[in-house]
Ligand binder design. Structure first.
Ligand code: TK8
Length: 337
């Protein structure tokens, strides 16, 4: 009986421990849910990478930290969710780098056409001091940069005709991200560009209010853009990173050890996601072709015509991006070449 009473007493005190007024030491054992919003669906490499991260965080925290992923812009598109992060009403978001330029213009650096000639350069720049400096700089605007994932090299799709030269672009209505560099580059190429949040793109193509858009093969295939688009041009005109970010307000309230755990596991997830993305990109292109799209791969000479047409864009945005930032990224790129 004494033993039974003791067991009951222990159980009662354990239960009481779940209440509101326990000391800080025990509070740590409480489960914490971290919500992250992304614009792409749950088949996307970004979702898969975050699912991997969720798994790593669950394991390292022994189930104490739970990442919940909300795909398909259920919680809002890139710009809207960044606003929520800055207000502290949502923990995390994984937008493309491009819309960050609505908050801080130097992020337009990644939007310059044909900036990164290879994935080797991408990895070296993003994982090196420049990439880290960019992530760190987000804190000035109420955001904490946790890691980069890969959106990837962007390819043009449209419903009108095969695009092989800048001339073929004349007059095409192209949806772009909400970013001045993209708008300027497409205008330079002769397109009629319209900025639009990602979640509206499929419908706009279906209703033919736009002729085309540009995104990596994985997005074009996994979001089923082939259902409403006929031509793909493998143009590799811009490389876009995803920036996995946390609300600074909410981040600052996390215990140090949780912050470290999230950053450490983030490094591994970032690496895993980029490898995964690169594995599935070619399959996605094949999928687009099998689904009936006409695929045009630009030859180096054809690519050069696009590069020549857009070569002044960097100078045009030099003051917005900052001469120092431009010089730094160029120096980092030169190190790899
Ligand atoms: C998803 C977007 C998307 C981007 C775009 O939220 O808007 O075209 O490439 O991946 O970030």
């Amino acid at each position: 009986i004494v033993v039974a009473l003791l067991v009951i007493a222990m159980a009662v005190s354990l239960l009481a421990g779940c209440g509101g007024s326990q000391p800080a030491q025990e509070k740590k054992a409480e489960k914490k849910v971290i919500k992250i919003s992304i614009g792409l669906n749950d088949a996307s490499p970004e979702y898969k990478g975050l699912a991997k991260w969720k798994e790593l965080v669950d394991k390292e925290s022994k189930g104490r930290l739970e990442i919940q992923i909300f795909p398909s812009a259920q919680l809002g598109d890139d710009i809207k969710t960044m606003t929520a992060l800055r207000a502290g009403t949502l923990e995390m978001s994984g937008p493309s780098s491009s819309p960050i330029s609505t908050i801080d213009k130097k992020w337009m650096v990644f939007d310059l056409p044909f900036l990164f000639a290879s994935e080797k350069i991408v990895d070296s720049v993003l994982d090196g001091p420049f990439g880290q400096k960019m992530l760190d700089s987000l804190s000035a605007n109420g955001l904490v940069g946790i890691m980069y994932m890969e959106n990837g090299y962007r390819q043009l799709t449209n419903s009108k005709h095969a695009v092989k030269t800048p001339d073929d672009i004349k007059g095409l209505k192209i949806r772009t991200m909400e970013n001045p560099v993209h708008l300027a580059a497409w205008r330079k190429l002769g397109a009629n560009p319209t900025p639009m949040p990602f979640s509206e793109v499929f419908n706009a193509m279906q209703q033919k209010t736009i002729d085309g858009q540009e995104n990596p093969n994985t997005t074009n295939f996994l979001q089923k853009f082939h259902e409403v688009q006929k031509y793909t041009t493998v143009s590799n005109h811009v490389y876009t990173p995803f920036v996995i970010m946390y609300s600074k307000k909410l981040w600052d309230a996390l215990p140090k050890e949780d912050q470290e755990l999230l950053k450490k596991t983030g490094k591994e997830a970032s690496k895993w996601q980029r490898e995964h993305n690169r594995k599935v990109d070619a399959e996605a292109l094949e999928g687009l072709s099998k689904a009936g799209m006409t695929v045009t791969k630009l030859t180096p000479e054809q690519t050069k015509a696009f590069q020549d047409t857009t070569k002044d864009i960097a100078a045009q945005f030099e003051n917005d991006i900052g001469k120092d930032i431009l010089a730094e990224v160029k120096a980092e790129i030169a190190k790899v070449k």
